[in-house]
Ligand binder design. Structure first.
Ligand SMILES: [Zn+2]
Ligand SMILES: [Zn+2]
Ligand SMILES: [Zn+2]
Length: 384
């Protein structure tokens, strides 16, 4: 039996994920595949070879590190500790999409790819046009992707029960029109109103159908874009990281361990010098259960991608008792260390809520100091 349920919280957070049994630190709470996921547009343009469906890397760690560091003579030790099964890789029969397996190819085709399959070299195809315009609006670091939005619409269209699929997606949209517009402003910048309308027209040229009409109106499209921006969970996969993880599990002497760790540091240094921010295959996905997880600044759970693909795993960080709400942190490692004021400002800007977690409540009496790192920003402190 599952050890959790989704229910309405008694605070103003809407839905939340609650434990129905006890979890010890390290216990796996759940694992799930996303409804849909996809690689970011710039990331894909920089030849991050990955399965078009599950984002599993399609190059060996050695090839990956050679390409990223521009050093073609690197030979990774223990290269065979990572199993890649690259000979199972296959492609769509009608376009350039690549898949890690026949399974992913079939899954993609029946879920969304049938409506989206196109020749990516055809510069005039509506799909190519919308992706190119998107890339001009949203530069790296990428946080979301128009392609994820289009896959969501295709998922509804191709579903055997499109009305139910549309209703499932609408459950994620629960903000007011103004809140949605505020999120899009943050996502796209000053020109957001014009750009949003342009994206809507281009999307409508790509995909159409009775059950997605609500999402193609100005308000519906804005809500869907905000949904993708806030509920789209970042996914990262990397052949090099797979190798580093696998090596860390090998048995070796202390001396060997020291050597290999130095070697790994050097590899990352080479890679960073050449490839900077583009180290991983990155994208985002829409997860049904995971996205019900609310934020806490002292979370009792964390999510990760242990299989080097888009399958997410939620693990307990602390002891969780039946009835406890299961929370993760929406803030990155650096931001979570900052003062209550800084954390709340970040959450208010990106997710439009005021955090009342245990940690924030216990620090409520602290003066409104912003952490040093934020001092240069000149945005008004309108959180409190
Ligand atoms: Zn795959
Ligand atoms: Zn195709
Ligand atoms: Zn908090």
């Amino acid at each position: 039996m599952e050890g959790f349920e989704i229910k309405i919280t008694n605070s103003n957070k809407g839905k939340g994920l609650f434990a129905t049994k006890k979890y010890d630190p390290g216990d796996i709470i759940l694992e799930e595949d996303p409804i849909v996921s996809c690689q970011f547009a710039w990331n894909a343009a920089y030849r991050y070879l990955a399965c078009d469906h599950c984002m599993r890397p399609l190059e060996t760690p050695e090839r990956n590190v050679r390409r990223l560091s521009c050093k073609s003579d690197i030979v990774l030790p223990h290269a065979d500790c990572v199993e890649m099964n690259l000979d199972e890789a296959t492609g769509c029969d009608d376009c350039e999409a690549l898949y890690c397996s026949e399974f992913c190819k079939q899954q993609a085709y029946v879920t969304y790819h049938r409506s989206m399959c196109h020749d990516s070299l055809d510069a005039l195809h509506p799909m190519t046009v919308v992706l190119e315009e998107w890339k001009q609006m949203h530069y790296p670091p990428e946080t979301t992707n128009i392609l994820l939005l289009i896959r969501i619409l295709a998922y509804i269209n191709q579903n055997s029960d499109p009305a139910a699929a549309a209703a499932k997606i609408k459950q994620f949209c629960h903000r007011t029109v103004n809140e949605d517009a505020e999120l899009i402003h943050k996502l796209l910048g000053e020109q957001f109103a014009i750009q949003l309308n342009r994206l809507r027209e281009l999307t409508a040229a790509v995909i159409d159908g009775d059950y997605i009409q609500d999402f193609l109106t100005p308000e519906g499209f804005c809500a869907l874009m905000a949904l993708v921006g806030t509920n789209g969970q970042g996914i990262g996969t990397s052949p090099l990281a797979m190798w580093v993880n696998a090596v860390s599990e090998l048995t070796m002497s202390d001396d060997e361990r020291k050597q290999i760790n130095l070697y790994i540091d050097k590899l990352y240094q080479y890679v960073e010098e050449e490839s900077g921010t583009f180290l991983n295959t990155e994208g985002s996905g829409l997860f049904e259960l995971q996205s019900a997880c609310n934020h806490s600044c002292s979370p009792n759970a964390e999510s990760s991608f242990p299989y080097s693909n888009h399958r997410i795993q939620l693990k307990a960080l602390k002891t969780i008792m039946p009835g406890d709400e299961i929370c993760i942190s929406y803030l990155d490692e650096c931001m979570i260390q900052r003062s209550r004021h800084s954390r709340q400002k970040e959450l208010a800007q990106n997710y439009l809520f005021k955090c009342w977690c245990e940690r924030c409540t216990s620090q409520a009496a602290d003066p409104d100091v912003t952490s040093d790192e934020d001092m240069s920003e000149d945005e008004p402190d309108d959180v409190d």
